[in-house]
Design a protein around this ligand. Structure first.
Ligand code: FE
Length: 346
């Protein structure tokens, strides 16, 4: 299915602003969009409310776990009420694309707003915010100078010191895929085996639990997404801020291909009953106003570099991101899962 952006072009952002000012119903749009979101309600609802306030288009939100929403979209098929699927990580976005639940969208607005590295070359999904998968280290036990790359975490000096979650998690699958893209399967498998040997404990919990483990001394370095650290820094809870105080983030591979970055993104569904307003919502999420909110709510990097990140994120400074091809990491997801299995990464 291909969605024309002619209507969207005709109305454009000027039209949208006019509609926003007067709340006049816009001809040709069903004033409703159904969103399936794997992103938590608190991280997306404020944007949807803003969109509704600007356009008069009602947004019905269903939130859930990424895999469950994916299965629901697949099983509902043509009868799905969903118009827009919001989920994190290229692994999930690529899986949705290959399952045929996303439409090919042709939108100049989206192409202009989202850099090519962060969207599907076929136009089924678009990244809306960025997160880097970084090394979080213990401030009192690890010197910054001892850190360099993901690859080096497999070295003997990190024996019994590495904390990382299960390889069943898509963030790790995409990280492994990025290593396969850079080094091939054989070398990456050897790396994964050594990394497993260096683990301070059997993987358990999410990224925040790994950071917590570093602060508690269970390990010295953790692999985690930047926003989990950002949430700790910005927390109202002194215990959480203490975890951030005891740790720091390090962007790996700065002298090489750059740190692994991934997206949270979205795509219009293949059988969207309300495709035109869904596209309009997607364009809003990719707009500077939408992206700033999207990134700010979860301490992510906007995909549009001209949009400022949150104060917490800005404090981390600039870094080099691996822009070698996010879509490719999606393609390598299956290979990454099998590799992690062979390497004994639980
Ligand atoms: Fe997450």
């Amino acid at each position: 299915m291909r969605i024309s952006n002619s209507l969207s072009n005709r109305l454009g952002w000027i039209g949208l602003t006019m509609a926003a000012a007067t709340l006049v119903p816009v001809d040709g749009f069903t004033a409703e969009v159904n969103v399936y979101s794997a992103r938590k309600e608190a991280l997306i609802k404020p944007l949807l409310d803003r969109f509704t306030a600007d356009t008069g288009i009602t947004v019905n939100l269903v939130t859930g776990n990424a895999s469950q929403l994916h299965e629901r979209l697949v099983s509902e098929g043509r009868n799905s009420p969903a118009d827009l699927f919001v989920t994190a990580d290229v692994g999930n976005l690529y899986r949705a694309k290959t399952a045929g639940v996303l439409a090919t969208v042709d939108s100049e607005v989206l192409r202009a707003a989202v850099p090519a590295a962060y969207r599907d070359p076929d136009g089924t999904w678009y990244g809306l915010s960025l997160r880097a998968r970084v090394i979080v280290y213990a401030l009192d036990r690890v010197s910054r100078e001892s850190l360099s790359t993901y690859e080096a975490l497999a070295d003997g000096e990190w024996s019994d010191r590495v904390l990382v979650r299960s390889s069943s998690n898509v963030y790790n699958q995409s990280l492994i895929a990025s290593l396969i893209a850079a080094h091939g399967e054989e070398q990456t498998e050897a790396w994964a085996r050594s990394l497993v040997a260096n683990m301070a404990r059997r993987p358990k919990g999410g990224d925040t639990d790994q950071i917590r483990g570093v602060a508690a001394g269970e390990g010295d370095v953790a692999i985690a997404n930047t926003y989990y650290y950002g949430r700790l820094v910005a927390s109202d809870d002194p215990d959480k801020r203490a975890i951030a105080d005891a740790t720091r983030i390090f962007f790996p591979n700065q002298d090489g291909r750059g740190a692994h970055v991934n997206v949270s993104g979205a795509g219009v569904t293949a059988h969207a009953p309300n495709a035109a307003p869904a596209l309009r919502l997607l364009e809003f999420l990719a707009s500077p106003a939408g992206q700033q909110m999207f990134a700010e709510l979860n301490h992510e990097f906007p995909v549009d570099v001209s949009v400022p990140a949150s104060k917490v994120v800005q404090a981390w400074g600039d870094f080099k991101a691996d822009t070698s091809g996010l879509a490719r990491f999606g393609e390598l997801n299956g290979a990454a899962i099998r590799l992690a299995d062979r390497a004994g990464w639980p």
